[in-house]
Design a protein around this ligand. Structure first.
Ligand SMILES: [Zn+2]
Length: 423
């Protein structure tokens, strides 16, 4: 009987017409009516799309979105030392720093696709501990990034399409704000707009994630030291006429609108926001995510009390929604190369826990074939939306053993908060 109910629920949840809008989904039909009755009416939401036109990455001359040969494999990093500090440190914590890396929409199939494409070697191979996270929202089996990000950032399940608030709409403190209050340094680095769901869950909150200008206001007082992402228009071209970047500067933030402008900054608070809209996909942005992630670590690691950094490979999800394996493989490869640089730094540091996970899977991707010698990969998608399967959690460093097993996505918050003694 329970199994029958589960199948019915799965069918209902997947039943609807979804428009393709990255992680930000507009759903029509029965379930939206159900959602409206729970959360109030929602306006139709059509986010600005990628300003960079679609261009097929190298190695995909056939323009087939379901198969791909990754042309230039890279070598995963070699970790020189595995001297991970397990013992208690002087101030009592065994973990000084936490780097939480979120692959938006990155299930095991997405990782496996990149593994085949890169000839059977990824930086993921370095992880020593793995677990699984359940992704359901408070009111839906299939989550969106808002509810999933909220669970991980705040420890509470919330409604589909809400972000950074509980099911009643009350703002919740996130790992980033709690860490800042404790005197740790903090960073949020994403490859999407700063008012998109995942960064919003760590820096702001709203019962309706489509209220992006309201969400941008959260950055004024979130206390995060290094903020990197796109979506400048929500800060500077607002209906209320305010310029939030000017206001952040008045509150002591250094504001960088180009990579060059971030280079002289070696201390203090910094918001780096280069694009009016989305940050381009990996093929166009190059190693920007890697550079921004390591900039975060170099800024934050000056604090002897420790740091918390959330680094998101945001666009993996978009490629899943587009059912596009060439784009997807390039996004996961960029994320994996960032993981390599972070792991290399963390393994030398010895006091840093690195956690890599997904908020949900996107696309229902299946691998149908491929070749480890040539990096050829062939797949199939079963949906243009998110799916409801468990997502993997990878951990490395002190405290990594806390992340084995099967648990709710809210446990991500609980485990990190305990290890950093944030409560
Ligand atoms: Zn997502």
């Amino acid at each position: 009987m329970n199994r029958l109910k589960f199948i019915v629920l799965l069918t209902l949840a997947g039943w609807g017409v979804f428009s393709l809008s990255g992680c930000r989904m507009v759903q029509t039909g029965k379930s939206q009516q159900a959602e409206q009755s729970m959360t109030g009416p929602k306006q139709a939401y059509f986010p600005q799309r990628d300003s960079v036109p679609y261009s097929s990455p190298a190695g995909n001359e056939t323009k087939d979105k379901l198969q791909y040969t990754f042309p230039t494999p890279y070598q995963p990093v070699r970790l020189a030392t595995h001297q991970i500090t397990q013992g208690k440190r002087e101030e009592g914590r065994s973990v000084r720093n936490v780097v939480l890396m979120i692959g938006d929409g990155m299930g095991l199939s997405q990782i496996s696709a990149a593994w085949v494409a890169n000839r059977g070697a990824l930086n993921f191979d370095h992880f020593t501990h793995t677990g699984f996270s359940r992704t359901t929202a408070a009111n839906r089996l299939i989550t969106d990034s808002g509810a999933a990000g909220t669970a991980m950032a705040t420890g509470q399940k919330t409604l589909y399409h809400s972000v950074g608030v509980d099911t009643l709409g009350n703002r919740l403190p996130s790992l980033a704000t709690l860490a800042a209050r404790k005197g740790l340094s903090t960073a949020v680095v994403v490859t999407c707009g700063l008012t998109d769901a995942t960064p919003a869950a760590f820096c702001s909150g709203n019962a309706d994630r489509s209220r992006e200008e309201d969400i941008a206001l959260g950055y004024l007082d979130c206390g995060v030291d290094f903020i990197f992402g796109g979506g400048r228009v929500q800060f500077t071209q607002r209906a209320d006429g305010r310029n939030l970047l000017d206001e952040m500067a008045a509150r002591g933030y250094q504001v960088a609108t180009s990579w060059e402008a971030t280079q002289p900054v070696t201390s203090g608070k910094l918001i780096a926001i280069f694009q009016e809209g989305q940050i381009p996909l990996a093929a166009q942005r190059g190693d920007l995510f890697r550079k921004a992630s390591m900039k975060a670590i170099s800024l934050l690691s000056r604090n002897p009390r420790g740091f918390f950094a959330m680094l998101e490979g945001s666009r993996i999800d978009d490629c899943g929604h587009q059912n596009d394996i060439p784009l997807l493989v390039n996004e996961v490869a960029d994320f994996d190369q960032t993981i390599g640089e972070v792991l290399q730094w963390a393994s030398n540091d010895g006091h840093t826990l690195v956690i890599v996970l997904a908020d949900h899977e996107t696309g229902g991707l299946t691998l149908l074939g491929g070749d480890l010698k040539t990096g050829f990969i062939q797949g199939h998608f079963s949906t243009k939306d998110h799916s409801g399967i468990l997502v993997p959690v990878f951990a490395f460093g002190p405290g990594a053993d806390n992340f084995t097993g099967v648990y709710e996505n809210t446990a991500i918050f609980t485990k990190i908060a305990q290890l950093l003694e944030l409560d």
